[in-house]
Design a binder for this molecule. Structure first.
Ligand code: TNX
Length: 494
């Protein structure tokens, strides 16, 4: 059977198969543009991905011209119209050329190369070849600039190794944002040097007595670096003014009454609030957001703002006015949940829609929107009544539900131009470890990847469904604990 080019997820903008194949020879090399350390690093990433299963040495060497039997990576002479993350891939019977105007585009193209090889290439031990790619020409660039996933590390804590694994999997499907929900009533997960009890005490708990934990600043910086090597931006969230019981429990002086509540391990929402009548609250916000801004190479700080049911409307306005000024003073852009659209927004502030809210009004005054509608993108929702964990307040979310909607025409009055992109949150009240997380994320996350990256034109559920089936063995090779959704005709296992 001659290999085909149209199994890639997310679906590339254009693919022209030419019906032959290129087989990696025993002495295959990865050829990188000379004097371009970033390109060489991407070449090393590709080699490291392919070596374990292929058993090939795959040396990475510098070279400006194409050579037989190589995969050639270059930013020279690539079409600038491909943009910040686009790339062009030419697979000929004698070798591969990957060209992109920017290194990020090469990194995205490298994921396509991986996906064009047999699924067994994702195994971590030597597998039988031959290691062939289908020949053809592929031109590709993303539809949206923000292709995100959110992990709630507050309700249950996920150690650094889990987050790195998640970053690896996100990279494979061309995501470029990982939003970390770092704080909530049940736990504070980031070390703040000026307020050490937040992590030490406020981070000691999780839902239902599960182990707590937090990231030291060194660990967080390491995660940000690991993400950057995958061209993924980490967007850290400090959820305020509600969802703050862990902070309020850690410092009595943050409470209006001067008394600290107990730590909380339940799953109710909306009961806690920062005290807007206290100067200390604003010093706290400035210290926390200042340290976080200094640790964060990306341009965004997420300030939460959701479900502030115990904050008066006047206090909520005060909070929003102050928090936007503070974030701006630290050189970052504010992102907040849809509720923030109830308050006056500073130019540049982005709104993350998750349920019925005033997002359309914010969009009308020029604010960019991130779409996370719960009934489509909340991957903590059960697939169906038989799903062993997860919630169902927004309904069941099948793979087809996650796939079959158009972000550019989802909210009345929020057109394609107002949409920064899509993001799939995983809230973890019922998700104790990353194995359960994988089960909820996969395969629905692949539908989100497709919505964020691929053109809407020509999109059909039937076509996606058959392409998704090819990813069963890939996810298996990657060791992912995925849900064998009955909607998909999964092929024989690896
Ligand atoms: C709503 S979405 C919340 C979270 C919960 C989630 C559970 C949002 C901004 N707030 O606090 O974890 O529902 O699905």
């Amino acid at each position: 059977m001659s290999p085909v080019m149209n199994t890639v997820i997310p679906r590339p903008s254009s693919v022209l198969g030419t019906g032959r194949s290129f087989e990696l020879p025993a002495d295959a090399r990865i050829l990188v543009q000379p004097n371009a350390p970033e390109v060489a690093q991407i070449g090393e990433f590709l080699a490291a991905a392919l070596r374990p299963a292929t058993g090939l040495a795959l040396p990475v060497t510098a070279g400006a011209a194409q050579e037989r039997g190589t995969i050639h990576l270059t930013t020279a002479a690539a079409d600038p119209a491909l943009g910040a993350e686009g790339y062009e891939l030419l697979v000929a019977p004698h070798g591969v050329l990957l060209a992109a105007p920017r290194p990020a585009g090469l990194f995205r193209g490298v994921q396509t190369i991986r996906q064009l090889l047999p699924a067994a290439v994702e195994r971590r031990t030597v597998a039988p070849g031959p290691w062939t790619l289908p020949t053809g020409v592929l031109r590709d660039a993303p539809r949206f600039a923000w292709r995100g996933a959110m992990l709630d590390v507050a309700r249950h804590f996920f150690p650094v190794a889990d987050v790195k694994r998640y970053l690896d999997l996100l990279a494979y499907y061309k995501f470029n944002v990982l939003h970390l929900h770092l704080t909530d009533d049940q736990g504070w997960r980031i070390e703040i040097k000026s307020w050490p009890r937040l992590a030490e005490y406020g981070g000691s708990t999780a839902v239902d007595g599960a182990p707590g934990g937090y990231y030291t600043q060194e660990q967080y910086a390491d995660l940000a670096r690991y993400a950057a090597e995958r061209y993924i931006t980490i967007v850290p969230e400090i959820d305020m003014p509600s969802h703050t019981n862990a902070a309020l429990a850690s410092y009595a002086l943050l409470n209006c009454e001067g008394e600290a509540p107990a730590l909380y391990t339940g799953t109710a929402v909306g009961f806690s609030t920062l005290c807007m009548g206290k100067e200390t609250t604003f010093r706290f916000m400035d210290d926390v957001l200042g340290e976080l801004a200094a640790l964060t190479p990306g341009p965004y700080l997420h300030i939460g703002g959701d479900e502030a049911d115990s904050t008066s409307p006047e206090d909520y306005q005060t909070f929003m006015r102050q928090v936007q000024a503070i974030v701006q003073s630290h050189g970052k852009t504010v992102v907040g949940w849809g509720e923030i659209a109830q308050a006056p927004l500073t130019p540049g502030t982005m709104v993350q829609h998750w349920r019925q809210d005033l997002t359309p009004q914010a969009a009308a005054s020029g604010h960019k929107v991130i779409l996370s509608p719960a009934g489509k993108t909340y991957l903590d929702m059960k697939y169906d009544e038989a799903t062993p964990f997860g919630l169902s307040w927004a309904g069941y979310v099948t793979v087809q539900d996650a796939f079959a909607w158009n972000p550019g025409a989802y909210l009345a009055g929020v057109g394609e131009d107002a949409v920064a992109g899509v993001e799939a949150p995983l809230w973890t009240e019922t998700i104790p470890t990353f194995a359960e997380a994988e089960f909820m994320l996969f395969p629905r996350l692949l539908a989100v990847a497709e919505l964020g990256w691929s053109p809407a034109a020509g999109r059909t559920w039937d076509e996606f469904r058959s392409r998704l089936a090819h990813h069963g063995p890939r996810l298996e090779g990657l060791g992912v604990n995925f849900f064998r959704a009955p909607e998909i005709d999964w092929p024989e296992t690896l």
